[in-house]
Design a protein around this ligand. Sequence first.
Ligand SMILES: Cc1ncc(C[n+]2csc(CCOP(=O)(O)OP(=O)(O)O)c2C)c(N)n1
Length: 508
Amino acid sequence: MSDIAMLEKMSNTIRFLSADMVQKANSGHPGMPMGMADVLTVFSSHFKHNPKNPKWLNRDRVVFSGGHGSALIYSMLFAWGYNISLDDLKEFRQLGSKTPGHPEVTHTDGIEVTTGPLGQGVANAVGFAMASKHASALLNSDTAKIIDHKVYCFCGDGDLEEGISYEACSLAGHLGLDNLVLIYDSNNITIEGDTSIALSEDIKKRFEAQKWEAIEINGHDFEAIDSAFIKAKSQTKPLLIIAKTAIGKGAATMEGSHETHGAPLGNDEIAKSKQKCGFNNEPFFIPEDALVRFRCAVEKGDLYEREWKKLISEAPLLEQNTALERILNPDLGSIKFPEFKVGESFATRDTNGMILNAIAKALPNFIGGSADLAPSNKTELKNMGDFPKGKNIHFGIREHSMAAITNGIAQYGLFMPFCATFFIFSDYLKPAARVAALMKAKLFYIFTHDSIGVGEDGATHQPIEQLSTFRALPNFYTFRPADGIENVENWKIALSLQAPSAFVLSRQ
Ligand SMILES: Cc1ncc(C[n+]2csc(CCOP(=O)(O)OP(=O)(O)O)c2C)c(N)n1
């Protein structure tokens, strides 16, 4: 760690850069970035990444689940040396800029997932951690760890109020994801005011009950923050770091107020705040010595990646290299699709099950599962084992987090995942499917029990408007094959697209 005075200077650089961005755009959220600047400053020295190669395979993944804090994210990416300039920061929230209102993977290097709808990022991070576990099960040997990175996720009160975070963290605890660190910005403030108006549970106990380890720190104490990230290096369970912070930290008169959450502070307040913190009043001021320290990330990242490349180029790892190569370049031509005949009377959920098995057998990177409906969805991948080593994922009855976890697995960069449920319960996962479409994520939804053929379950199980909803979704492909022959052709198309696809299938 650098000395405290330097850390304060670095932190204030991020804090006021974010406040200036929001002020110039005359819109945005300064409170969270200012409150979390101290945590992110210390995080910088623990985060293993390569700003000059944001896609380096063994990088730590970082998810900012509270996408409204995007000013903080862009300030950090700039400070670390990603492909984002000071001018880009000045273009915050402008049409066509690299710095849109909420972070989008399609716009900015270093953004791992598109976030904004609260809670989903937490599930995305669980997806990253699961993808990493599967990858390490396939690729690592006792002597050579090709995949051994961490997954960090920053979230706020809003993310933890959303039900999806409960679902996702429950699964993470069950799976014992010891590569996952969730940092909770516990500032007790949401838009309407203090969280006490709607939240009174003991979050630490909630996570402990979900088989996590949970610790609480003062999120403005550099040493405590550093110790928490050091602790994460030897975690044996998913780790929750509850960082008690003040929203709008550093604001002269508004620190701790919900009014800093989603509106510019105003020029007067910013000037007074900078003066109070002993910071230069010039807008977008970057102290050289603070920037140099953040920018160490470039040299360190280059070194990390070179060491990793050396590791994987060593001869004893030939087998692992071949496995990695096969995952990175799946041979679609090697799939032996089942052959169906005109007039054969199979339900399309059955033909789809056969197709899924054929694809999974041929492609090492094809994995997935259902929200407890595999026998009905016909999604079991036979003789291919269970996650983490095997390909069958048991998501439990958690559709929303299943889909957001699947987004994370797809965005991880190695896998083509699918998830499944009854078509009617696509309603429970739709918000994540929408983000998948925005990200152009390559993944597949298996929706069975379509239409009136649903059977005796009755009205609660009968899809009506779901088909129109998915067909209206941009960047999203909805296939509804009439038979096995069409089903195969649909899959060939879906596998060639860089976008999410849904298969709507009959039960009968
Ligand atoms: C699903 C969803 N519902 C509502 C919102 C609108 N929204 C954005 S931020 C926010 C409050 C979040 O509070 P918190 O996580 O504590 O963030 P902080 O106040 O610390 O910035 C709300 C309701 C959203 N982005 N996503």
